[in-house]
Design a protein around this ligand. Structure first.
Ligand SMILES: Nc1ncnc2c1ncn2[C@@H]1O[C@H](COP(=O)(O)OP(=O)(O)OP(=O)(O)O)[C@@H](O)[C@H]1O
Ligand SMILES: [Mg+2]
Length: 459
């Protein structure tokens, strides 16, 4: 399981489902499945059942009249491939455990490969196959919502759904394979080095763009399950949002919100949504604020292993976010001070707004993108500032004396400087090796890392 302690997804409150809501979502799905006159044979309608018992939070769809053909017909224009279970067995080497990428509330996710031998005409590619665990927390409804939403939505920051499998009781989803896995893995489970600042910003911007796209769509969509484990990462750390099992249509007409049973993940769901079940796009903005804070702090939003006061990241960090001085307490020590101080302050102030208890005070995702994008080009990052200006050829004799260090103004972030102050005789800063690159001479220090190293860390 990839779930962290205290991060259980699914019913977050006792909010009773309101019958009109049940109608609206189920009827929408029915129409998606051809029941609205789209030619789905038997109407494609199913009975939508939601259990509210303590143990059984399974949400199910009575499939009787719904056949694979109905679904294929409905999604005809979406280019989704309807795979058979036999094809996916071949693609994943019979769902071997060595291909297991991870597991969540839906079930296991396996790496696979599809090509002409599996399905004539298909582009050869690596895939991730998510298989519904029939005894798990989620059910056919989540599978269906994922197929319907991702089958219709296309965006560079949404994971591409390649196809699905709906055979007998099997429910599977076939996605493009994301080589860096989830942000949760990259941020909290890396063994070697932590994600660099520039990569964290890139991830924040990409995720914000994905959410903004959903909110600004002609028929706005509320994602409802924005969290680190649902943010997938490409080879170059491009973000793609996954998991639309909880997504919902946004309110339409005069309605300000949709009423739903409270679903989501502890630590990420907006407080007013947990209290009232009223869902708006601003609930997603709150969840975005939580992830932005996780990126700054390198901490999970709920961490039972921390001291009491720090178990809930938002509660603990909120008072520090608008103070330049105090913010340093929040910033991830794993960053080693190698971040733009200005950028961190602006990102923290933005997180603060997103985390406002009043939904109306939260910015729209469009404004979040606009606020975050300029931070990428801020260059007051200590990493870039250790440049020695090389002496001219003719001045070689005076080389030592003329070496000039262009120092970063924010010396408190300069690990080398701090080290020098504390250990004036240490060899670490007295024995620098210099190497030439064009006209400039660079210091070979622990701040200047190899290209391979930087790539591996996503710099
Ligand atoms: N398209 C993909 N490419 C690569 N890895 C993936 C892909 N989709 C999912 N994974 C991996 O599978 C893991 C499990 O994903 P899944 O969405 O099932 O669970 P989760 O997000 O951890 O929990 P939840 O059920 O609450 O969403 C992810 O953390 C990720 O590492
Ligand atoms: Mg997920």
């Amino acid at each position: 399981m990839t779930h962290a302690a205290g991060e259980s997804r699914y019913p977050l409150g006792l909010m009773a489902e309101q019958s009109h809501r049940r109608r609206s979502f189920s009827s929408w799905l029915i129409s998606c499945l051809g029941g609205g006159g789209g030619g789905g044979g038997g109407g494609g309608g199913g009975e939508y059942n939601e259990s509210s018992s303590d143990s059984g939070q399974r949400v199910s769809w009575d499939l009787d009249p719904l056949s694979l053909e109905d679904l294929s017909l409905t999604l005809a224009g979406s280019n989704l491939v309807a795979f058979t279970i036999a094809e996916l067995k071949t693609a994943t080497r019979n769902f071997t455990m060595t291909n297991l990428l991870g597991s969540g509330g839906f079930g296991h996710v396996y790496k696979g490969f599809v090509d002409e031998r599996i399905r004539p005409g298909i582009r050869p590619q690596q895939v991730a196959v998510k298989s519904l665990d029939l005894d798990g927390q989620q059910g056919h409804r989540e599978w269906l919502a994922e197929v319907v939403y991702l089958g219709q939505l296309r965006h560079p920051h949404l994971v591409k759904l390649i196809g699905y499998c709906c055979e007998d009781e099997h429910r599977m989803l076939v996605y493009e394979y994301m080589p860096r896995g989830s942000l949760e893995n990259q941020l909290f489970k890396r063994l070697l080095a932590s994600l660099p600042w520039s990569t964290r910003l890139k991830i924040a911007v990409g995720a914000a763009k994905g959410l903004a796209f959903l909110h600004e769509a002609e028929k706005p969509v509320i994602y409802r399950d924005f969290k680190a484990s649902n943010i997938l990462l490409d080879e170059d750390y491009t973000v793609k949002l996954s998991d639309f099992g909880l997504a919902k249509d946004g309110p339409q007409g005069d309605r300000t919100h949709v009423s739903t049973r409270v679903m989501g993940t502890h630590g990420y769901a907006a407080p007013e949504y947990i209290l009232t079940g009223h869902l708006t796009a601003k609930s997603d903005v709150y969840s975005f604020g939580v992830v932005l804070l996780e990126l700054l702090a390198g901490r999970r939003c709920v961490d039972k292993n921390r001291p009491n006061r720090q178990k809930n990241l938002v509660d603990w960090a909120r008072p520090y976010l608008n103070s330049a001085e105090k913010l340093r307490r929040v910033m991830d020590p794993g960053l080693d001070g190698l971040y733009s101080v200005k950028g961190a302050q602006k990102a923290a102030a933005l997180a603060y707004k997103c985390l406002s208890p009043t939904p109306k005070s939260r910015p729209s995702m469009k404004s979040v993108v606009e606020a975050l994008e300029p931070l990428v080009s801020l260059n007051d990052v200590p990493f870039d500032s250790f440049i020695y200006v090389a002496p001219k050829e003719e001045d070689k004799a005076k080389e030592k004396a003329q070496l000039e260090v262009v120092e970063e103004k924010n010396l408190h972030n300069n690990r080398d400087q701090r080290h020098k102050q504390r250990f004036p005789n240490s060899v670490i800063h007295s024995e620098v090796t210099l190497h030439k690159d064009g006209k400039n001479l660079f210091r070979n220090s622990h701040f200047r890392r190899s290209k391979g190293h930087s790539q591996e860390r996503g710099a």
